[in-house]
Design a protein around this ligand. Structure first.
Ligand SMILES: *Cc1c(COP(=O)(O)O)cnc(C)c1O
Length: 402
C-alpha cells in the first residue's frame, strides 16, 4: 500500500504517485530535484554507516538522497518489493548484487546467454576472485538442477534474455534455488514490471537497467535492485555506500518522469511490436521471427503464463544478415540503427551469432550450442519497437528490406 493512500492502487496510480509527496514548504505538486551531496545533521548523529538506521535523516548523497529515494520507492511499489537500491547504471546494479551475494569459494549458476557485460564479467572477473561460476541454459530446468552444488549461493537469470528472447520459468527456478539454500536473482529489464513481477513468483532479487523501458526515453543511464527490506538494507551498505556507483539525483528525476507513463508506454510498445512481428513473419526476405507474443515463439505457452505484456523486443533473421545490416542501416529513415533498447524511438541492431560466442557467451555442452543456434541462427536483428505509428515503422522496414 502506498503512503498516504488508504487503499490498494493499480500500476498506473503507483507509477505516478508511489514515492512522491508534495513538497511541504512550497506545496509543489511535481517532485523537486535535490542535488545537494551533503545534508546538515544533528551533532549526535554519528559518522559510522554501520550504526545508520534505515529511517535516519539524510547525511550524504552516496548514503541516500531524497530524490533517488523517491525513485527507489516507486520501483519497489511496481515490483511488489519491500525496498530498492538505485545505481548509476544497470551494470553497476548487477555488479553490486554479485559482490554483495558472493564470496570466494561460493558457486553461482548464471544464465549462459544474458546481457553481454554480465556474461563477460562472470567469465573473467568473478572466477579471478575465487567465485565458481557455472554457465547454464536456465530455460532447461534439468540443466539448472544438475548444476547445483553444496556451495551454490546464487542463481542469476534473465527472462526474456538479451539478445535471443529465450524465456525462463521463474517460479520453477526459484523452487530449485530455494531447495538448494540459494537465492534467485532475475534481470527483468526486457519484461519490465508491466509483464512480470519476479519477486511475486519467488525470486529474491530483481534487477533492472532503468536505462531501458523504465526510463524509456534514451536520455538517462540508471540501474536498480529490488527485494526484501532486510536484504537491501545490508546491500545498500556493502555496495552503494562502500563501492559507490550510485545514481545522480538528476537522472533519478528524469527516470521518474519516464516511469509516470511507463504502464501506458508498455501497452503501446507491445501493440506496435505485435503488428511489426506479424509483418516481418510474412515478409519473403525474413526467415525467422522471434517474439514472445507470437504463437510461433518456441515458449509461447510460458510467455502467456509469465508475461502480462509481451514487451517491445523482437528478433528476426534474414538470409545474409551482415550485408542486409549495411543496406538497412543506410535506408532506414525512422528506425535508428543503434544499440540499446526500450526507448520511445525504435532502435535496430545486427548481432552476428559467431562473434557473440567468441566475445561473450561460453556454451560448453552440445545442448547449449543447439539451443543458441535454435534462437540465434547465424545472426539476429534485435529490434526494439518504439512508440511511433506502427504503419510508419512497417513502411520504413518495407523500403529498407526491398
Ligand atoms: C542494458 C542492459 C543491462 C545493462 O544496463 P546499463 O544501464 O546499460 O548498464 C543489463 N541487463 C539487460 C538485460 C540490459 O538490456
Amino acid at each position: 500500500m502506498l503512503k498516504n493512500i488508504p487503499f490498494e492502487v493499480g500500476p498506473n496510480t503507483s507509477a505516478i504517485h508511489a514515492g512522491e509527496e508534495p513538497d511541504p514548504v512550497t506545496r509543489a505538486s511535481a517532485p523537486n530535484i535535490v542535488m545537494s551531496t551533503t545534508f546538515i545533521t544533528e551533532a549526535d548523529a554519528g559518522f559510522s554507516v554501520e550504526g545508520m538506521s534505515e529511517d535516519a535523516g539524510w547525511t550524504y548523497t552516496r548514503w541516500g538522497n531524497p530524490t533517488v529515494h523517491q525513485l527507489e520507492e516507486k520501483i519497489a511499489a511496481l515490483e511488489g518489493a519491500g525496498s530498492a537500491v538505485a545505481f548509476g547504471s544497470g551494470m553497476s546494479a548487477i555488479s553490486a548484487l554479485l559482490f554483495h551475494t558472493l564470496a570466494s569459494g561460493d558457486h553461482a549458476i548464471v544464465s549462459d546467454v544474458a546481457y553481454a557485460a554480465l556474461s563477460e564479467m562472470t567469465n573473467e572477473m568473478l572466477p579471478r576472485l575465487g567465485v565458481l561460476i557455472s554457465k547454464v541454459n536456465t530455460s532447461d530446468l534439468s540443466a539448472v538442477k544438475n548444476a547445483v552444488t553444496s556451495k551454490t549461493r546464487l542463481i542469476y537469470l534473465e527472462t526474456p534474455c538479451n539478445p535471443i528472447l529465450r524465456l525462463t520459468d521463474i517460479e520453477a527456478v526459484a523452487g530449485i534455488a530455494h531447495n538448494a539454500g540459494a537465492k534467485l536473482a532475475v534481470d527483468s529489464t526486457f519484461a519490465t514490471p508491466a509483464a512480470t513481477q519476479p519477486l511475486l513468483l519467488g525470486a529474491d532479487y530483481v534487477v533492472h537497467s532503468l536505462t531501458k523501458y523504465l526510463g524509456g526515453h534514451g536520455d538517462a543511464l540508471g540501474g536498480i535492485i529490488a527485494g526484501r527490506k532486510e536484504d537491501l538494507a545490508g546491500l545498500r551498505k556493502s555496495t552503494a555506500i562502500r563501492l559507490g556507483g550510485v545514481l545522480s539525483p538528476f537522472n533519478a528525476w528524469l527516470i521518474m518522469r519516464g516511469i509516470a507513463t511507463f504502464p501506458l508506454r508498455m501497452r503501446a510498445h507491445a501493440e506496435n511490436a505485435a503488428k511489426v512481428a506479424v509483418f516481418l513473419e510474412n515478409h519473403p526476405k525474413v526467415t525467422r521471427v522471434i517474439y514472445p507474443g507470437l504463437p510461433s515463439h518456441p515458449q509461447y505457452e510460458l510467455a502467456c503464463r509469465q508475461m502480462k505484456n509481451f514487451s517491445g523486443m523482437i528478433t528476426f533473421q534474414v538470409e545474409d544478415g551482415p550485408s542486409m545490416a549495411k543496406v538497412i542501416a543506410e535506408r532506414l529513415r525512422i528506425i535508428h540503427y543503434a544499440v540499446s533498447l526500450g526507448h520511445h524511438r525504435s532502435l535496430i541492431f545486427y548481432l552476428p551469432s559467431e562473434d557473440l560466442l567468441k566475445t561473450s557467451f561460453k556454451l560448453d555442452t552440445q545442448e547449449q550450442q543447439e539451443s543458441w543456434k535454435y534462437f540465434a541462427g547465424k545472426g539476429i536483428f534485435r529490434f526494439s519497437v518504439g512508440l511511433e505509428d506502427a504503419d510508419d515503422l512497417i513502411r520504413d522496414l518495407e523500403i529498407a528490406l526491398k
